[in-house]
Design a protein around this ligand. Sequence first.
Ligand code: ADP
Length: 612
Amino acid sequence: MEERPHDRTAGRLGWLAVPLALCVLAALFALPRLERFYLIRSGHAAEATLRLAVEGLNGALRRYEPLPGLLGERPILKALLAHPDDSALRDRVNEELRRTAFDLNASDVYVMDRTGLTLAASSYRKELSFVGRNFGYRPYFLEAMKGGLGRFFALGTTSGERGYFYAAPVRDGERIAGVVAVKFTVDGFESAWQGGAADILVTDLDGIVFMSSRPDWHFRTLAPLSDAVLARIRETRQYPVDQMRPLENSRARLDDTLSLLTIGTGEEAESFVTSATTLEAAGWRVSILTPAAPALHQALTTLAAVGAAVLLIGLAATIVVQRRARILERLADQRAQQELLERRVAERTEDLRHEIEERKAAEHRLRTTQKQLVQAGKLAALGQMSAALSHEINQPLAAVKSYAENAATFLDRDRPDDARENVSRISQMADRMAAISGNLRNFARRPQESIGPVPADAVIDDTFGLMAAQIRKAGAVVEIVRPERPVWVMGGRLRLQQVMVNLVSNALDAMEGMEAPRIEIAVVETGGGARIAVRDHGPGLPEALIEQVFDPFFTTKRPGKGLGLGLSISFNIVEDFGGTLAARNHAGGGAEFTVDLRRAEAPGQPGDLAAE
Ligand code: ADP
């Protein structure tokens, strides 16, 4: 059954199934690795941002750190701490602190007495003024009261703003008279961090998020808090305890510095690549969180690009393979056609060979038949000749008989001379009869195949010797024109003689009953050899029948007279010699038959004559 084209296409695309399945497997294998690669790359790329954020925070911390110590040196603060009830002095200090805060770009600068009560503050004019508030519970105050530098990060209990506090003692001689504190807020940093590609998160030592570019993470805890820590926070009022909810998170290591951090659970879970660095000065941990989703996206895009490339290469390969297959198919078709053609040629050659063999066999049969016919023709001619022959032989026989009787009588009468003459006449008659019988024997003999040089004149003479009786009986005159020098032609002497006998016989038959029958025989040399022409003065050949006279068994003679074989046999004989026999009507009346024969070299010796 013939294969349908799309089946074939499907068959050719079929080989793609295995590579495609391998590609899908490879993609499934590569995807997590590729994602991890992009995660790590994005994580490391974010490290620069992290360094910038840390630098910013460190810069601020370093800038504010020495300020309370310097402010504590101011005499006016000591004066106020010495005379806390001096309202004029307090007003001055308030105003001075307000300017200082403005100059330092600090959110608050304030002075507390030894109990933590705020005597003067830069925010004295504001509604939520620090003046009159007691911060004795804050660690930075307690630290400063011990003579050290107090530092603390907390949500402002008065302002509600997150800020970093630095505090230093105000000494009056050896005694610590009070504490001066400077607070700066961190909102500015956060707003700078917002809008970036990554989120930044600052946790304290307890894992509480106190700064973040994401406000909803403020005061969330990354790790469970111990009771002691919670109690301390409550005591120092560092963070609003009611806002401190845990922030669900899990962590997986990516490399030495990076890890994959998942925040939230279920549908709301968000994944980040994170790296962190510790801010030694404050004991903070600053983390940068780069969303992990784009890495997966990038990995998928890369895989898609690789997949598309593989697909394209696969398609190109398919096209090439298909084209190759088509070319091979076409070549196979061509080969099949060629084979078919060759087979046909071989068959045809075989047919032709058969035909040739058959034709050869037919030719062979024909030749055999012709030979038989030649023989039959000769016998027929013999039959025709027999009447004349019997006359030819009977006449000398009768003469021999009477000469013999006469010779006997002459001997009786003792006339030996007359008797001798009669005997010699008998001998002559015997010679004549021997000649006739010799010719007849020659005629009847089956000729051999060979051809060779034959003298044209001699053949004419032979014919005459053979036909003398018939010619004489017909009362015909034969005129012979001979060539100037002997002409030798290719042929067989007896066969050529047979042809001539035939032509002369036909000429005599054509002129039967005519007053003065005449035959003209001419032997002329031609370019290629010699021509023997036999012309009679009979009625000639009917024009319409000229073509047919050479056909076997074509005869116009009455039954018993002609067989219609003479000319056809003659024609074949002449053709065997490489010559031609032609018939036409002579312009002067009568028929003319011409025998054209090829020239032959005269043999050097008489023995070279073609013998038959
Ligand atoms: P056949 O002599 O037995 O008839 P041929 O083949 O010799 O056979 O001759 C065929 C015929 O050709 C003759 O019957 C005759 O009609 C014609 N033919 C041959 N020679 C002559 C001629 N010289 N003149 C007129 N017709 C001739």
